[in-house]
Write a new protein. Structure first.
Length: 245
């Protein structure tokens, strides 16, 4: 317990140092209005939700359809057929990248019409116009780029998880039920943190208040999001190679 307290105190001191750094440099004079920042966060969260739903609809049937049509038994009859699962992982990743790219292109064509380009070089952290405290010295342009990377990572995660779920369920009803829960959790509990708070020092939870986030907390979360489904699919692929028909 004492070690944990020491770590927390150390991290708190780092956050205080970061706030002093923001106050002492040009960030405190940032002209980025909070309404512009907040509106972008709201829009990119909605786009990410649309990306998730699109990927779920496209990827979810990638394995279940073969199972229902007994195509997988034909695949299991040969060594090359058993390796198809590994190829489906690659196809899933490429498909999610394509789907995400199309959605983002459409969104930024729309967002460009909002004429917010004058704020792109403004810092997102400040004490006057923007009550955002970021661990990183990011301009609004940098922040947009960071959220784009996060949308791709979330898309890949959802694609890989959808593929795994598809490989485990035995009916479309089960698939829909699990995916509805999956989307609900992502939309209502995770997206605001994974997208809107990706560089923040704090998050605010209703009835609890401010919760401090260590500097590399979000980096660790994203590493887990990508590595975890890959590990699961790795063991699933090994099972595919030994599956008894």
């Amino acid at each position: 317990q004492e070690i944990e307290n020491i770590i927390l105190c150390y991290e708190y001191e780092r956050s205080i140092s970061r706030e002093e750094e923001i106050f002492n440099d040009d960030s405190r004079n940032s002209l980025l209005p909070y309404t512009i920042f907040e509106k972008y966060d709201e829009l990119i969260e909605k786009v990410t939700t649309l990306v998730i739903i699109s990927i779920v609809f496209v990827i979810s049937t990638i394995y279940l359809k073969d199972k229902l049509e007994n195509i997988n038994y034909i695949q299991y009859s040969s060594k090359s057929g058993r390796s198809i699962f590994k190829k489906k992982i690659v196809v899933t990743i490429l498909s999610t990248i394509l789907i995400t790219s199309l959605q983002l292109i459409v969104f930024f064509i729309y967002y460009k019409t909002k004429n917010n380009s004058i704020f792109l070089d403004c810092k997102i952290s400040g004490f006057f116009n923007t009550p955002i405290k970021s661990w990183y010295d990011l301009s609004f342009r940098n922040y947009i780029g960071l959220t784009i990377v996060c949308v791709y990572l979330i898309g890949i995660y959802i694609g890989l998880i959808s593929m795994y779920i598809s490989s485990k369920v035995s009916s479309y009803i089960s698939l829909i039920g699990i995916q509805v829960i999956n989307i609900f959790i992502m939309k209502n509990f995770l997206l605001q943190i994974l997208i809107n708070k990706v560089s923040s020092m704090y998050i605010v939870i209703r009835k609890i208040g401010y919760i401090y986030l260590p500097k590399y907390f979000m980096t660790a979360i994203y590493i887990v999001l990508i590595i975890l489904p890959l590990i699961i699919l790795y063991f699933r692929n090994k099972k595919e190679l030994k599956y008894d028909i």
